[in-house]
Write a protein that binds this ligand. Structure first.
Ligand code: CAA
Length: 258
């Protein structure tokens, strides 16, 4: 399917979704958000896709929600349209792993979009921020909740209250990103990680994603029980037999998602 604001390519079971509004530093307008929701659910249902990489340009992953599009909206409009709710929930329904490959600005909704992915690999030029306070608003796609879980209350308050940007080194030190790589190597590294994931049992990868995400939704005891039962349940799969036999037989496993 052709999109106006996205470029989607699939190669070796990895889909790359590139945000493509270069004149607006990939600002998240209604069109982009709805296309992203459609693209993500299509890729989730596509058998030729086992991992998704979400990226932007070298200058900007995304500089936030589209301020020009939002500026004249009234409370009644944003409330009745439930601005950002349906499209972001579509992102969260994706069961396959999603890696955010972030270079340049990831601000406001851009930072929030990256945090909705399963992990973030960023370039050494990345800049993260939740500067909504400068516009007289608060983050609206999860920034106050997710950034706080990633980096803790003190740094999250600092970011949201001062509107300052965090560079890649600070983002890695704070646990916001999993790795920092040179800007020219960003896609190479993100694709290598995605291809590695694509080699695993899709079934198991989906259970991993659900189990880790569970830790954000429940108590430790409930989360541990969820994980233990998921671990037990995987013994009902052919992939568990194959994975463990391959180890014993000193060969590479051939997973079949069964
Ligand atoms: N919305 C709409 N347009 C945007 C935009 C945004 N969030 N960010 C950048 N642009 C546009 C600029 O208006 C400019 O367009 P024109 O050429 O037509 O003027 C173009 O992109 C290039 O931007 P700049 O000239 O500003 O580039 P710069 O290199 O000087 O600065 C920047 C880059 C620091 C990222 C700056 O563009 C900026 O501060 N952007 C806004 C960041 C922001 O406040 N994000 C939060 C948005 S609100 C939000 O996201 C709410 C939420 O949580 C849901």
């Amino acid at each position: 399917m052709a999109y106006e604001t996205l470029i989607v390519e699939i190669e070796d079971y990895v889909a790359v979704v590139r945000l493509n509004r270069p004149d607006a530093l990939n600002a998240l307008n209604a069109k982009l958000m709805s296309e992203l929701a459609v693209a993500m659910s299509d890729l989730d249902a596509n058998d030729k896709v086992r991992c998704i990489v979400l990226t932007g340009s070298e200058k900007a992953f995304a500089a936030g929600a589209d301020i020009k599009e939002m500026s004249e909206k009234s409370y009644v409009e944003v409330f009745t349209q439930d601005l950002f709710t349906n499209d972001t929930e579509a992102m969260l329904r994706v069961r396959k792993p999603i890696i955010a490959a972030v270079s340049g600005y990831a601000l406001g909704g851009g930072c929030e979009l990256a945090m909705m992915c399963d992990f973030i690999i960023c370039s050494d030029t990345a800049k993260f921020g939740q500067p909504e306070i400068n516009l007289g608003v608060v983050a609206g796609i999860g920034g106050t909740q997710r950034l706080t879980r990633f980096v803790g209350k003190s740094k999250s308050m600092d970011m949201h209250l001062t509107g300052r940007f965090m560079d890649a080194t600070e983002a890695e030190r704070s646990g916001l990103v999993s790795r920092v790589v040179p800007v020219k190597k960003l896609m190479e590294e993100a694709m290598a990680a995605a291809r590695k994931i694509a080699e695993k049992s899709m079934l198991t990868a989906m259970v991993v994603k659900e189990s880790v995400n569970r830790s954000y939704e429940t108590t430790l005891r409930e989360g541990l029980l969820f994980e233990r039962r998921a671990f037990h349940a995987l013994f009902a799969t052919e992939d568990q037999k194959e994975g463990m036999s391959a180890f014993v037989e000193k060969r590479t496993p051939q997973f079949r998602d069964r």
